[in-house]
Write a new protein. Structure first.
Length: 390
């Protein structure tokens, strides 16, 4: 049966529109200010709530006590609970680890969701953050498992084998050649955990890099005579910059600078969340290491930042509060921008005919009221009822 949602405030790429949309099966088939209400269709009145495309998180290490690097099969348990944050699609992120970790994650992804799993967010593929990182900018990545870029290590990394995004340091020997190979296999390559100069980062873009992993973090600092990798990401339109907007990883003032430099089309909010997301404070695993969550901050025992407990809906609210940007612009950074980066424009990130019916219902305060994946209700906040009326 077709579904018609009316009386919504639609979050579109070019602004807000009062209206509704029609869903047939798992796809959106019509969007507009006034839809013909087929009597055979099921009708839901949104009551003026905002209706946005599903959120996409390109950097998620784990959540709810689960760490993807230590146990990649847990991506499915996390997928079932992510819609509470408006997330309908994500990249399980595997950090630097022993050699067997990446093949294990590829196998877990290939096996697919267990038959007992309920409605859930979709893992779109893996984000491999390492092992080709600069030891000087390794952050929480274990030094003993870092290595120089090598074609033989990445021989089975491709979009077809489940690898969608790879973070590497472009200044390392062999990094540019490997970048070209990965891009040819349909993999998005990102620069991060890097001490690259401005020129070295530009060479990375020339080789096919299109993304920057957590702008300002684990990279050479911006300086007026040597802008470094941050300067490249801020100034070159070929690159989309990932940004952790939790107020800990990046100062609100620097977030404002990034927003003014890149705008809604050039910034992608990520969480870099780990196993502590959704739980109380305590000690958790990040790969092979213990990390502590305290006062909303995640750190190794030596004080090094080690991911976050930021949810993606909270990141959107933070961006608006810190920059004064509009709601459509902020939501674009977690919908249309990551969809375009992954080459999935028209299939993700927009409310338009032909797109999947991945919907986030938001209150005026931008809290998640409900999330739909492929036309199926996957999360409903307490007190919210979307049973509709004929």
């Amino acid at each position: 049966m077709a579904l018609i949602i009316r009386n919504a405030l639609l979050v579109l790429a070019d602004g807000l529109l009062s209206g509704g949309l029609r869903i047939d099966g798992a796809a959106i088939t019509d969007v507009g200010p006034a839809l013909v209400e087929d009597q055979a269709a099921h009708i839901i009145d949104a009551g003026g709530l905002l209706l946005a495309p599903g959120f996409v998180d390109l950097q998620l290490n784990g959540a709810f006590g689960y760490d993807f690097t230590a146990d990649p099969d847990t991506m499915w348990a996390v997928a079932e609970r992510l819609p509470r944050y408006g997330v309908t699609d994500f990249l399980p992120t595997i950090i630097t680890a022993p050699p067997g970790a990446i093949p294990a994650a590829q196998a877990a992804l290939a096996r697919g969701a267990p038959s007992s799993l309920g409605p859930h967010a979709r893992p779109l593929g893996l984000h491999l953050e390492g092992p080709f990182l600069n030891p000087a900018k390794r952050g929480a990545h274990p030094a003993e498992h870092l290595r120089l870029p090598a074609a033989e290590v990445a021989a089975d990394w491709s979009r077809d084998s489940g690898v969608r995004l790879v973070t590497l340091a472009p200044e390392l020997p062999g990094a540019l050649d490997l970048t070209r190979q990965l891009v040819q296999r349909g993999v998005v390559v990102s620069m991060g955990h890097s001490a690259a100069t401005y020129a070295e980062a530009e060479a990375g873009l020339d080789a096919g890099i299109t993304y920057g992993t957590h702008l300002f973090n684990a990279m050479a600092p911006f300086q007026h005579r040597e802008p470094g990798i941050a300067g490249t990401l801020l100034s070159d339109e070929r690159a989309v910059a990932g940004l952790i907007v939790d107020g800990v990883h990046v100062h609100p003032g620097a977030i404002g600078v990034a927003w003014r430099a890149k705008g809604p089309g050039g910034l992608n909010l990520v969480t870099d969340a780990m196993a502590g997301l959704g739980l109380s404070e305590g000690t958790f695993r990040l790969g092979e290491r213990d990390v502590t969550v305290q006062d909303g901050t995640v750190r190794l025992l030596d004080g090094t930042l080690a991911g976050s407990v930021l949810s993606l809906d909270h990141a959107v609210r933070n961006l608006i509060a810190m920059t004064g940007c509009g709601v459509p612009e902020a939501i674009q950074t977690v919908t249309e921008v990551p969809a375009r980066l992954l080459g999935m424009t028209g299939r993700l990130g927009r409310l338009e005919p032909g797109a999947p019916a991945d919907l986030v219902w938001l209150t005026p305060e931008l809290n998640v009221a409900a999330t739909w994946v492929g036309g199926c209700l996957t999360y409903q906040a307490e007190g919210m009822v979307f049973d509709g009326s004929a």
